[in-house]
Ligand binder design. Structure first.
Ligand code: GH3
Ligand code: MG
Ligand code: MG
Ligand code: MG
Length: 306
């Protein structure tokens, strides 16, 4: 974390005692924080969707909704779950301390408190939250990197196999069906050889886009290898998958690579296979789709074979 700067952080305090509020506002403002103080829980709950503090200080004993109840309400809100909550209370009863942590608080400070200590605790919890947020973001980035094909930005083979295996197990348990489509660009080597690898890359990217655009949101399209793509069509028998494959082919037919004043057209050959309850694993379905693709190539390309 770069140098810790309190002015970047908003602290929200809820306390029914106005003297406490004034004192907190003074201490935290002096320390450089943005601070907002509220007199009761309801006032806060009315604001909850319009304000996102970096840390909250809660009084425990308050009329109507007390601090513990408020803490539980806050933690039940998804976009509030990560905000650290510190109790600031005159009560040092052990059952309150325990209940505060159980309700989701990260710290418990008794009044009267030492200013420096409170500020140190606030800084610690904000820094911890910041580090946690960064780790989570890094995990999301990493997951995207691990599941995405770099050239086309659609799913990669590994991600495809993970999800397809999951679907395979679901199909086995629940007696449902799904289908698989494999497609391969026709005479792709000619594109590379005649116009160069970068043009080949553009063609691959465009085909990936068209493929992705042709499927339902819940279906999955991935780059299987070089200029081959694979699609899982969930809950679909082979005829339905054929409709999807036709849509993909029509979309790919729209591609016109502008090369030397000409518009280069791309075609694909397509193989389709359906899950059968005798299948032992995903590879068997992929093999059937692959063999169908092979027949499509042998019968003149630019066609779909089941
Ligand atoms: P067919 O109609 O039988 O499929 O003929 P084809 O020329 O498409 O056959 P093949 O599958 O043998 O050719 C695939 C070529 O794709 C070979 C490889 O050099 C090229 N290739 C694989 N990955 C990439 C890539 O990421 N970018 C580019 N530009 N070319 C690639
Ligand atoms: Mg109170
Ligand atoms: Mg190929
Ligand atoms: Mg090919």
């Amino acid at each position: 974390m770069a140098e810790y700067n309190p002015k970047n952080f908003l602290i929200l305090a809820v306390d029914d005692n106005s003297i406490n509020r004034i004192m907190l506002e003074k201490i935290l403002t002096k320390a450089g924080y943005q601070i907002k103080v509220l007199g009761d829980s309801e006032e806060f709950l009315n604001l909850i969707n319009n304000i996102k503090p970096d840390l909250m200080l809660l009084d425990l004993m308050m009329p109507k909704i007390d601090g513990l109840e408020l803490c539980r309400l806050i933690k039940a809100k998804k976009h509030y779950q990560e905000i650290p909550i510190i109790f600031l209370t005159a009560s040092d009863a052990k059952e309150n301390v325990i209940e505060a942590f159980r309700s989701g608080a990260v710290d418990y400070v008794t009044k009267p408190f030492n200013n420096e200590e409170l500020l140190a605790r606030i800084q610690t919890h904000i820094e911890l939250k910041f580090t946690r947020d960064q780790l989570k973001k890094a995990l999301v980035d990493l997951e995207k990197l691990a599941t995405t094909d770099e050239l086309t930005q659609i799913s990669n083979r590994r991600h495809f196999l993970n999800l397809a295996n999951r679907e395979f197990n679901r199909a086995k348990r629940q007696n449902i069906f799904f289908s698989m489509i494999i497609l391969d660009i026709d005479y792709f080597k000619n594109i590379n050889d005649s116009y160069g690898h970068p043009v080949g890359d553009i063609a691959i990217k465009l085909v990936a886009q068209k493929c992705q655009q042709s499927i339902r949101g819940e279906d999955l399209c991935a780059r299987w290898g070089g200029e081959e793509f694979i699609v899982v069509v969930y809950d679909a028998l082979i005829d339905e998958a054929k409709h999807v494959a036709n849509r993909i082919r029509e979309k790919i037919a729209e591609i016109a690579l502008p090369i030397d004043d000409e518009q280069f057209k791309i075609t694909v050959s397509v193989g389709i296979a359906q899950y059968q309850d005798t299948d032992q694993n995903i590879d068997q379905i992929v093999s059937r789709a692959d063999r169908a693709l092979y027949r499509a190539k042998n019968h003149g390309r630019n066609r779909i074979v089941l």
